[in-house]
Design a protein around this ligand. Structure first.
Ligand code: AMP
Ligand code: ZN
Length: 479
């Protein structure tokens, strides 16, 4: 089977074939950096990180662009409230975004462009739209101009959100201070207001509207037509609808081939959002729960379904991650302590192969991580059964089991096997041998010293009837 993705443009699962053979162009709408991001925002960051990892895993070269919105009303208001400049605010929360995203195992984007660093591109794009007759300028008394996109000039408008222009017209509003000709129209450029950051443009001083930055930066880094564009379902309208209209009005070619939107993360059946005040920041969440468990929680549902953020779900994920990591630690310990001839591992390898196929089948089906996570637990159950039933196991068993777990975790990032691959494993095992020797010669002071020193590094020892196992503590990494 090959990868099928649910495309919101057609409302169907379609076979994913990138435009440029083995290369995938992928744009994901990023955060507005006026505050810490919340755990609802973390959902798109995590699920589309997994899609990107999957595409890379199956051999595509992915250019993954995720922007930082560093100029808008929220940025200006927050900077004013804090008595700092908008660039200072952006700098601070881009750094905070990176700390949280890194801790959550979200791989860094290939390019992470900022709106304010792309004014020439934004202005050029707007100029092109005006020249083609799809946007118009309205001057304010100071002589600076607003530029609005003329929605009626672009008949396919509404194609993504499946709404007709007339339906949209009845719901559209004109905000105070807006001078647009039609309530459907939206701002590409906003004339300067006193005390706000502004840039020079053909329409006088001003700043871009929100939607235009994604079109400008996507085209700059990925070209006029891109393979995948993603974000939360709330971005479908108006943000993504507007992105399509303005980009296609300028370029005349299709903007995006696959539109992907994640469902909401809910709290008490409501969308988690800053404006409702019902949010938990990702920072607070990862102080309370291990980041691996937060990932597992997010990936245990299909990305398009809503999920409920509740303590029970998170606790369950902590239990799940603990089970996965215990199995990994047991496997490593068993390899060190009881690898030998033993049984034939062929039956194990065969069964593992079946699970492997199921995992890829699940991921190929609109990256159904819920099903893929289920398969990961099946793999762990199989490994545990073999470890329990066979006192001695061949190297082939260990190689196959470890390779499989590494492979699945490279995509999901919920076991944290990478850190276990760390170069310090040999040193830890050497210290454990030293501790065993110290205990034998009744040097309990040295033995305790070693245990404490390892614990301080997050390594937990467990003395069993057959020897000492070690594992890393689940990280509750405080910032
Ligand atoms: P924002 O910074 O508000 O533009 O949001 C960043 C990303 O988070 C966007 O893709 C939003 O669609 C997404 N998002 C916001 N709230 C939620 C939520 N409660 N559940 C899932 N995604 C969300
Ligand atoms: Zn966007």
């Amino acid at each position: 089977m090959s990868l099928m993705l649910y495309n919101d443009l057609t409302r169907e699962k379609e076979k994913f074939v990138p435009l440029r053979e083995r290369r995938v162009s992928f744009y994901s709408c990023g955060p507005t950096v006026y505050d810490f991001f919340h755990i609802g925002n973390a959902r798109p960051f995590i699920v589309f990180d997994v899609l990107r990892r999957y595409l890379e895993h199956v051999g595509y070269e992915v250019t993954f662009v995720q922007n930082f919105t560093d100029i808008d009303d929220k940025m200006i208001n927050r900077a004013n409230a804090e008595g700092i400049t908008v660039p200072e605010l952006a700098e601070r929360f881009i750094a905070e975004y990176c700390r949280d995203a890194d801790a959550l195992g979200i791989r860094r984007a290939t390019v992470a462009p900022r709106a304010t660093e792309h004014m020439p591109e934004i202005i050029a794009l707007i100029s092109g739209i005006v020249e083609k007759g799809h946007a118009y300028e309205v001057k304010d008394p100071s002589g600076n101009g607003d530029v609005y996109f003329d929605v009626r000039s672009y008949p396919p408008y509404g194609r993504l959100s499946k709404q007709s222009l007339d339906e949209l017209e009845s719901g559209a509003r004109v905000e105070v201070g807006e001078a647009k000709k039609d309530p459907l129209d939206f701002a590409l450029w906003k004339a300067e207001k006193p005390g706000e950051p502004s840039w020079d443009s053909p329409w006088g001083r001003g700043r871009p509207g929100w939607h235009i930055e994604c079109s400008a930066m996507s085209s700059k880094y990925l070209g006029s037509t891109i393979d995948i564009h993603s974000g939360g379902v709330d971005l479908t309208f108006p943000h993504h609808e507007n992105e399509i209209a303005q980009t296609e009005a300028a370029t005349g070619v299709p903007f995006v081939r696959f539109w992907l939107h994640n469902g909401f993360l809910l709290i008490d059946k409501e969308k988690m959002s800053k404006s409702l005040g019902n949010f938990m920041t990702a920072r607070a969440a990862r102080e309370k729960y291990p980041p691996l468990a937060i990932r597992l929680f997010m990936l245990s549902a299909h990305y398009r379904s809503p999920i409920n953020f509740a303590p029970e779900g998170l606790e369950q994920a902590v239990g799940g991650v603990t089970r996965l990591r215990n199995s990994w630690a047991d496997l490593r310990y068993a390899r060190a302590s009881r690898a030998g001839e033993g049984v034939d591992a062929a039956a194990f390898v065969e069964e593992l192969g079946k699970f492997d196929a199921s995992f890829f089948e699940a991921m190929d089906d609109d990256f159904n991580t819920a099903a893929a996570v289920g398969v990961l637990f099946e793999v762990v159950r199989l490994v545990n059964t073999w470890l329990r039933d066979h006192p001695v196991l061949p190297v082939k068993f260990f190689d196959a089991a470890e390779e499989e777990l590494r492979k699945l975790d490279d995509i999901l990032g919920v076991v944290g096997v990478d850190e276990a691959k760390d170069a310090d494993a040999d040193e830890i095992e050497r210290l454990i041998r030293e501790r065993v020797a110290a205990r034998k010669s009744k040097d309990f002071k040295r033995s305790d010293e070693i245990r404490d020193a390892l614990l301080a590094r997050g390594i937990v020892l467990e003395d069993t009837s057959t020897g000492t196992k070690w594992k890393r503590k689940l990280q509750h990494d405080a910032p």
